[in-house]
Write a protein that binds this ligand. Structure first.
Ligand code: TNX
Length: 554
């Protein structure tokens, strides 16, 4: 018996929902209660009051002012104040420690809005909630004439997992800096806090390394399906611009330097990484598992020097704690000894630069530093395994990693891979995983703590306390394989941004909620209803989402 329709009608396009979900918020907060009859209506005189001189907290105030300026036409001043003034959105970073760095409380009533957190990061997450309590038109880039009321509510919120990431495969499909920034904003709206950039692969090397200028000559002229580029890479300044922008959205960048497989672009750029000391031809095809650094006795030293140089340069440009070392899909010819020697060289170089190792779960088969973060990308229940084997290689690698003190990020491909087709009608993407397609429901209905990775679906592959979070992965190696299984001509392929929007929305918000909201409060039917009300927000923001069936879009 909440005062839903009466108070909400002019405030926000939210449906009357179960009492624990009075507003259509994604991800679902820990608790929300409607206690006041009226929410707070912004006016041109409203002030954003930051109750601190902390520059990061003031930055969140400025961010909020700029966020709502285009649609409202208001230019709300950010004032540094010590007490809460009237007619204000108050941002208070001196809130209780108890909700953690990302937790916050938010209250809205007719007198104002107050967001409290312990530090600026929690304020930023709270501002994303505030955004969804405003009408969908708040996302419009142009001025809309209407009332801007923040729905009346009391929220207390904090995340289930500390790591909630998304990966962009800029190696297979190059995303210009402005498109990466746009994607950062889209993901930040759903409280994603980590951007993993897959910077190197067979089809491209996307980060300039000053000491090895050749890497971005041959290595940056190809993409999956495209050749002839000259600058399909990030300069150090570009990369720092991305890192700084992500940081302004309280998002950490994790750079990935994949190896020893997925190294075609480096092999095409640096001759002495090849066993015959000859550079390979640049690659713009669609296969995986086709390349390997030369790991024989003579060349292992070359690879080691190369890694030292590359990881030093990347570490210096990266303020975040992690460097992702890849380690996936090596050709079958690789011996365990070669793989182990590579892993030692790569992890030594990373630890030597004071960074924490992150890698695909395959790295767990080798000796790795304690505290490494392994990313599980096998299936939830491994439907592809045949025969009597119940434990796949993945299970062994994961167990061996866990025994060495690794923590895990869960990206099961049958839930969290954004390059999978939603269904047979999806014009691009792939369908190799699990049941084939990944409709929105599949991206939502899973629990990171009970992913099994096993044919019989029994027992969690990773003990719950070793899971640090989740990550959605937008691969782009076969980004333009049509639903008929044949590659669409590159000219018909959408811009990276359009591909990213279509494949990520609505599935990225689903994964974001898997990472943020407690398992016990999540259910598909509630999510479906709430998700529907995100559609008008995406439309207003110009996000080209897939209006998936089964969601009651308004
Ligand atoms: C597997 S997941 C890969 C990628 C592909 C992806 C396509 C992983 C670590 N490796 O190289 O892009 O499948 O879905």
């Amino acid at each position: 018996t909440l005062p839903l329709t009466a108070t909400v009608s002019q405030a926000v396009a939210a449906p009357p929902a179960p009492s624990t979900q009075p507003y259509a918020l994604v991800p679902l907060p820990v608790s929300q209660h409607v206690v006041a009859a009226h929410g707070f209506t912004l006016t041109p005189q409203t002030r954003i009051a930051v109750l601190s001189r902390d520059s990061a907290a003031v930055g969140v105030g400025t961010y909020l002012s700029k966020l709502i300026a285009p649609a409202t036409g208001y230019d709300l001043p950010v004032v540094r104040d010590t007490r809460a003034p009237k007619n204000a959105v108050v941002l208070d970073p001196n809130g209780p420690r108890t909700l953690g760095a990302e937790g916050y409380t938010l209250t809205s009533d007719k007198n104002g809005v107050v967001v409290k957190a312990h530090g600026a990061e929690g304020l930023f997450r709270g501002v994303q909630t505030l955004r969804q309590l405003l009408p969908a038109a708040i996302e419009s880039p142009t001025k809309q004439s209407r009332a801007w009321t923040v729905s009346p509510v009391q929220i207390s919120d904090s995340p289930r997992y500390e790591y909630r990431g998304v990966m962009l495969d800029v190696a297979r499909r190059f995303f210009p800096v402005d498109q990466v920034k746009r994607y950062i904003d889209e993901a930040a709206a759903y409280k994603i806090n980590t951007l993993h950039l897959h910077l190197t692969d067979d089809q491209g090397w996307r980060i300039a390394i000053d000491a090895i200028p050749d890497l971005t000559k041959a290595g940056a002229g190809t993409q999956s399906g495209f050749t002839g580029g000259t600058d399909w890479y990030y300069t150090a300044a570009d990369y720092q611009e991305i890192v700084a922008y992500a940081s302004s959205r309280f998002m950490t960048v994790v750079p990935e330097i994949d190896g020893p497989g997925h190294t075609g672009a480096a092999l095409a750029s640096v001759p002495d990484l090849n066993c015959d000391d000859k550079a390979k031809a640049p690659y713009s095809g669609f296969e995986v598992g086709i390349s390997l650094y030369c790991l024989d006795g003579q060349h292992a030293g070359n690879v080691q020097n190369f890694l030292q140089t590359v990881i030093k340069a990347v570490a210096e440009l990266t303020p975040g704690p992690y460097i992702h070392l890849g380690g996936d899909e090596i050709p079958h010819s690789t011996t365990p000894e070669q793989y182990a020697a590579y892993v030692k060289a790569a992890t030594d170089a990373t630890v030597g630069r004071d960074k924490t190792v992150m890698a695909w779960h395959q790295l767990g088969q080798a000796t790795i530093p304690a505290g490494s973060l392994l990313q599980y990308w096998g299936e939830d229940t491994d439907r592809r395994s045949i025969g009597t084997e119940k434990e796949t290689d993945s299970v062994r690698f994961v167990r061996n990693g866990a025994a060495q003190g690794a923590k895990f990020i869960m990206s099961p491909s049958d839930h969290a891979y954004l390059d999978m087709q939603y269904d047979v009608s999806t014009p691009y993407g792939v369908n190799w995983t699990g049941s084939g397609y990944v409709p929105v429901r599949r991206s939502y209905e899973w629990d990171p703590a009970t992913v099994t990775g096993k044919l019989d679906g029994t027992g969690s592959i990773v003990p719950a306390q070793k899971i640090a979070g989740v990550e959605a992965a937008l691969w782009a190696d076969r980004a333009y394989e049509g639903s008929n299984g044949l590659p669409t001509p590159a000219t018909n392929w959408p811009a990276p941004q359009a591909y990213a929007d279509y494949m990520s929305f609505p599935r990225l918000p689903a994964i974001a909620e898997v990472g943020w909201s407690a398992q016990s409060v999540r259910d598909w039917n509630g999510f479906r209803q709430r998700l529907a009300h995100q559609g008008p927000r995406w439309t207003a923001a110009g996000i080209g989402y897939y209006p998936a069936p089964g969601i009651p879009w308004p």
